[in-house]
Design a protein around this ligand. Structure first.
Ligand code: COA
Length: 191
């Protein structure tokens, strides 16, 4: 259905988000209504995988968008998948799960706040590619500013198993984590 993709990039005005449907309403609404605003105020940055072929911009009737395009707007790039990254601190009682040197006064982590692939594009490897791209970006950010792990929060059991499949370990509840040094070695075994 989608032959060509553009390189993953930060969510921008050229991206069409209104038709995004990953099967989890909360994740659809985040992209449609909140993601741009979160980027603007600095609570999370969203990166998208978009189709190279422009599509008509048609807002969803019952889904008012926070900062979206006007009806009958110009053609844009359909978003097929996205993820959002943010910086967080791990709660004190969970620090020893993430690092052994728990004398540190706080343990900063990069949180993969959300990750989703459009229903039409699921099951062909894009979710895995987006996750690896997100983890690479997280490792580079950790190298630049310091962070000890990537934490993910699964929305449901299938999502939890998806992250387990990629080697994430239980943290608490629906949260899982992996240490930055483990991710760095996995992503670049020669380093
Ligand atoms: C979870 C999701 C991102 C997976 O994306 P996808 O494009 O369908 O997955 P892929 O085709 O890239 O699969 C990559 C690998 O993960 C495995 N996988 C996919 N879904 C899985 C699941 N629920 N449980 C275990 N493994 C899973 C695949 O078998 C594949 O394995 P392989 O590399 O060994 O062949 C997608 O189904 C989705 O958007 N779901 C709704 C939103 C959601 O749950 N997001 C995550 C929580 S925020």
């Amino acid at each position: 259905m989608y032959a060509d993709f553009l390189p993953v990039c930060q969510l921008g005005d050229e991206h069409v988000v209104d038709g995004f449907d990953c099967g989890v309403l909360e994740l659809d609404r985040w992209l449609r209504r909140m993601a741009k605003a979160a980027g603007t105020i600095g609570t999370g940055t969203t990166f998208v995988l978009a189709s190279a072929e422009p599509v008509a911009d048609e807002p969803v009737a019952d889904e008012p968008v926070f900062d979206g395009p006007a009806a009958d707007g110009p053609a844009g790039l359909a978003v097929l998948g996205y993820y959002t990254l943010a910086v967080r601190a791990v709660e004190q009682d969970l620090r020893s799960r993430v690092v052994t040197d728990v004398l540190a006064s706080s343990v900063s982590v990069i949180q993969l706040v959300r990750l989703a692939v459009h229903c039409d594009a699921q099951g062909v490897g894009l979710g895995g590619e987006l996750l690896v791209e997100a983890l690479g970006r997280a490792v580079r950010a950790a190298d630049a500013i310091g962070a000890r792990a990537v934490v993910v929060e699964a929305t449901d059991e299938p999502a939890y198993r998806f992250y387990e499949h990629f080697g994430f370990e239980p943290l608490d509840g629906m949260r899982l984590f992996q240490r930055i040094d483990v991710l760095r070695a996995a992503l670049d075994p020669a380093a």
